[in-house]
Design a protein around this ligand. Structure first.
Ligand SMILES: [Zn+2]
Length: 98
């Protein structure tokens, strides 16, 4: 039987990661006992995948519109808005979006 070590998405440690059931889309969930967070290796919705929120901020910095960003990255319009509102990027001032 082969064992696959899954690194934690948040702290990159492999020794404290355990299976934690399945998500709504049927993908296996994992729980890191070190940082007490849950994650999946694959997600059905694009916005949950790692790196998508960074791409949203990067596209905003390159003057892409909110609707264009949502269309290109295949995420919802409100996901783009909430990501930009909650980001701590100093280049995007608070209140710029709304
Ligand atoms: Zn962790």
């Amino acid at each position: 039987m082969a064992t696959i070590q899954v690194p934690c998405r948040f702290c990159n440690k492999t020794e404290h990661v355990r299976k934690h059931g399945t998500g709504h889309a049927g993908f296996t969930r994992f729980r890191c006992l070190e940082c007490k967070r849950c994650f999946q290796l694959d997600y059905a919705y694009e916005a949950c995948k790692p790196g998508v929120k960074d791409k949203i901020i990067e596209m905003a910095m390159n003057s892409s519109g909110v609707r264009e960003t949502g269309r290109v990255l295949n995420v919802a319009y409100n996901t783009v808005l909430n990501t930009l509102k909650n980001c701590m990027c100093p280049m995007i001032p608070r209140g710029y979006i709304c």
